[in-house]
Write a new protein. Structure first.
Length: 276
């Protein structure tokens, strides 16, 4: 008879490191993990320090443990310093959430433009941030996971990684690459360093964030034509809320998913499944 774990979903005592932690999604996610007994490390740009410290204070006021460190996900030397800070304070890294990313208006193709108007340099910047902003932190923070023989890396893909979406040319290319990197890395780590190293991705559906608000909401607060198209193709009929991602992230961070690696978990209200 198999011996069953008492609590497969327990994340108490785990050290969860998150890049891009001070945005709408990040703040919800780090607060959730702290509420479950994990020690959370918030990494974001120096300009987000005030937000990061405020989040840390709120988490500690609620009885949780958290730290904020300024970072640059494209600068390996800065990340290595962060790694030293984290290991000095917590001694380990159990979970890495690669959430840093973003888009640029100049890397999109709006309705009144064509592919021939695309700003190639902007596409390069978006690709660098989303793809290399995932690869480089992994190269730094996964080392301690390899040494301990276990760890869960969760990358942030996107609905646009699953199917091409209009307008977001650069972002879609970058997130598709993140999904591919996820599958590559799961085999690379497990086959060379052991089955305790897992790599998955989450592909969120459409949420209203600072990043996409201009595409989805008009200046008067009404929904754009793009929003109406999205909702018409979303079976649940609404945008998602940030806290609807935490259940999947919790699962992928816990021993409940210890045989799950190389997957892109879709949390999109049915958008990717819908067709006419």
């Amino acid at each position: 008879m198999l011996k069953m774990e008492s609590n497969l979903f327990d994340v108490k005592g785990k050290v969860v490191v998150m890049t891009g932690a001070c945005g709408v999604l990040g703040s919800t996610i780090v607060k959730y993990f702290a509420s479950q007994g994990a020690s959370v490390v918030l990494l974001d740009l120096e300009r987000a320090a005030a937000i990061g410290e405020k989040l840390v204070a709120e988490i500690k006021a609620d009885g949780g443990e958290a730290s904020f460190f300024a970072t640059n996900v494209l600068d390996k030397s800065v990340l290595e310093k962060n790694n030293e800070q984290i290991l000095s304070k917590y001694g380990k890294i159990d979970v890495l959430l690669n959430a840093a990313g973003g888009n640029m208006t100049s890397a999109t193709v709006p309705p009144d433009k064509t592919i021939f108007d695309l700003d190639v340099e902007a596409v390069k910047k978006v690709t660098e941030l989303n793809l290399f902003g995932t690869i480089i932190p992994t190269m730094v923070f996964a080392k301690s996971m390899v040494e301990s023989g276990k760890g869960s890396i969760i990358n942030f893909a996107s609905e646009s990684a699953l199917r091409p979406l209009t307008r977001v040319a650069g972002y879609g290319v970058a997130k598709a690459a993140v999904a591919n990197w996820t599958k590559y890395l799961c085999a690379e780590l497990a086959m060379k360093f052991g089955e305790g190293l897992r790599v998955n991705a989450i592909a969120p559906g459409f949420l209203l964030t600072n990043q996409n608000r201009a595409l989805l909401v008009n200046e008067d607060g009404s929904l754009t034509a793009r929003s109406h198209t999205i909702l018409a193709h979303t079976p649940v009929g609404r945008f998602l809320e940030p806290d609807e991602l935490v259940g999947t992230l919790h699962y992928l961070s816990s021993d409940a998913s210890k045989a799950v690696t190389g997957t892109v978990c879709v949390v999109d209200g049915g958008f990717d499944a819908f067709s006419i």
